[in-house]
Every structure is written in C-alpha cells, then in structure tokens.
Design a protein around this ligand. Structure first.
Ligand SMILES: [Fe+2]
Ligand SMILES: [Fe+2]
Length: 301
C-alpha cells in the first residue's frame, strides 16, 4: 500500500518522476495521430495542427524512439521480465493504482493536456457510449495503468511508445525503424533473421515484445479478465501489426481472431479526447462496481 504522504511527495516534484527525453509521457501519441489521423478528420483547426507539428515535440519524440530502438534488445526484455514480473513492487487496489498513476504530472501544457485518469475515463466512456460489453469498458478504463512503471524509476522509452517483437528481424514498418541500426540485435545472427528465435506462425504468446506498459499490465491482469481484454491490454501499442500487418508470419489463428478486438479498441484509445473532461466524481460509483466485479480487492504490481 502507498502512504499518502509518499504520494504527496511525488506530486510536489512533477519532473522527478519522468526521465526524458519527452516533456510529457504521452507526447509520443502526437506522432501516432500524425501517422494515423482519424478517418474523415480533415477539419483540424489551426490550433490543433500547431500542436501536432510543434517541432520541439517532434524532436523529442524522435530522440525517444532512437533510445527505444537502440536499447530494446532481446536480453533487455529478459532482464526487465526478471525484474518486474515477480510483481513484488507494490500491492494496491485498482483505485490506488489509478491515483498513483495520476501523480505522473505533465509539466508541458497543464491547461490543455489530460491527466492520466481523464484519458482512461474518456477511453472507457467512449466504449460505454457505444454499448459494448462491460469488460470492454473496464479494459478502456485500465489499459494504461502499466505506465506506473515510470513511477518505479523506469525511463520513458521502456514504458511507452510503439511495441514490436524482439528476437527476430525488426520490420521497417515499425516507426523510425532506421534507429534499429543502433540495436546490437541487428548484428546478431541469432536474432536478425525473419523468424529469429521463433518459428512460422508460432503464436504471439511465444514471442517476446519490446518491454513496456502493455506487457507489464497484461501479466498483472492475466488471471482476471476475458481473453479479448487481455489481447487489447497486451498489444494495444503494437501498431506495426494492428495497423501495418507486419508480423502476421508470427501469429497463429487465435491471434488473428483476437486482433479484431485490438483493432476495435484502437480508435477509442487514440481519438476519444473530448473537449469536456469527464466528471470523475459522478462516474466513480459505476467504475467501482465494474472493478469489483472483475478484480480482487488488491492487485500485485
Ligand atoms: Fe497505452
Ligand atoms: Fe491509452
């Protein structure tokens, strides 16, 4: 359990809980919006456009991916699994985890940017408004909670960003793939062929993905949620597959079926930013019911 004075200390020092290069842990998502604009989304206001092409932000996102692609090796992923998947960092209720995550303070545009809780609620409320099943709503509500890794001192490039398989050739469909030249696995014959350490259609469950908030939260939630929810959590940042279809050769039949849910989820994650922030107090009772239906009182992180 986290002591609230500890939370307060973290909240007082916004920069201390984020190790660059991004000013805001979510700035890489602007790059996603440029790569994958919402269909029919031509009527961007000048102001929105300015936010997207903010050149300093483009530079920090580029540097973020350079570090990500350089350091996310097969062995790095193995070492992070050993470090984090014992789930012995903290035991918290989901609500404590949400409050904890919300201490990731954005120092760039406090008036414009949403805090983490608002992003989660906007995603889940958009799913709910479309009449989807309750587990899908819950998945929207918790899909980014793995970002608490930042608060455990992890660098941004090991928490967020597009994910991709390690242990086999990096696809040129992965964003900024030119930076894989700096990744030592590119020169390692064990890891640099099409299948690498894997085999044709071996199934993604046998494939190690670059380390970040997706895999971490999947491992935390895997005993509690239905299979499509777990696929959404585990692969929601795997754009090279769910948008570009670059790794189908590693997927089995079940993966292909389940990715329909990952694709269904993606627009809620990317495009649900409504101008009016959700009313947390009003929504809380509904989400408390949902959380207690699926999750135990405390969860190990
Ligand atoms: Fe995410
Ligand atoms: Fe998200």
């Amino acid at each position: 359990m986290i002591a609230y004075n500890q939370l307060y200390e973290i909240m007082k020092t916004p920069k201390a809980n984020q190790k660059g290069p991004l000013n805001n842990i979510d700035d890489w998502e602007d790059d996603l919006l440029m790569r994958y604009p919402e269909s029919g989304d031509k009527a961007k206001t000048k102001e929105e456009f300015r936010n997207y092409v903010d050149s300093e932000r483009v530079d920090t996102v580029k540097e973020f991916y350079r570090l990500n692609h350089k350091y996310q090796t097969y062995n790095f992923v193995v070492s992070k699994e050993q470090e984090f998947l014992r789930l012995n960092k903290r035991e918290m209720s989901l609500w404590e985890a949400v409050d904890f995550l919300n201490t990731l303070i954005d120092d760039s545009d406090p008036d414009i940017e949403l805090d983490q809780l608002q992003h989660l609620l906007q995603t889940s409320e958009a799913i709910r408004a479309d009449g989807h099943p309750d587990w899908f709503v819950l998945t929207g509500f918790l899909h980014d909670i793995g970002k608490v890794l930042c608060l455990f001192g992890e660098p941004q490039w090991a928490v967020v960003g597009d994910t991709f398989p390690v242990g086999c050739a990096f696809s040129d469909k992965v964003v900024y793939s030119e930076f894989f030249n700096e990744n030592p696995d590119t020169l390692n014959d064990k890891y640099n062929s099409k299948y690498g350490v894997y085999s044709k259609n071996c199934g993604l469950d046998n494939v190690k993905m670059s380390w970040g908030h997706d895999e971490y939260l999947y491992q935390i939630m895997k005993d509690y949620l239905p299979e499509p929810a777990l696929y959404i959590i585990r692969y929601h940042s795997f754009y090279a597959q769910h948008k570009e279809n670059a790794y189908e050769h590693l997927m089995n039949k079940k993966d292909v079926e389940m990715f329909e849910w990952v694709k269904k989820f993606n627009p809620y994650d990317l495009y649900s930013k409504a101008p009016v922030p959700p009313n947390v107090e009003e929504l809380r009772p509904y989400y408390e019911g949902l959380v207690s239906k699926y999750l135990p009182n405390t969860i190990r992180f």
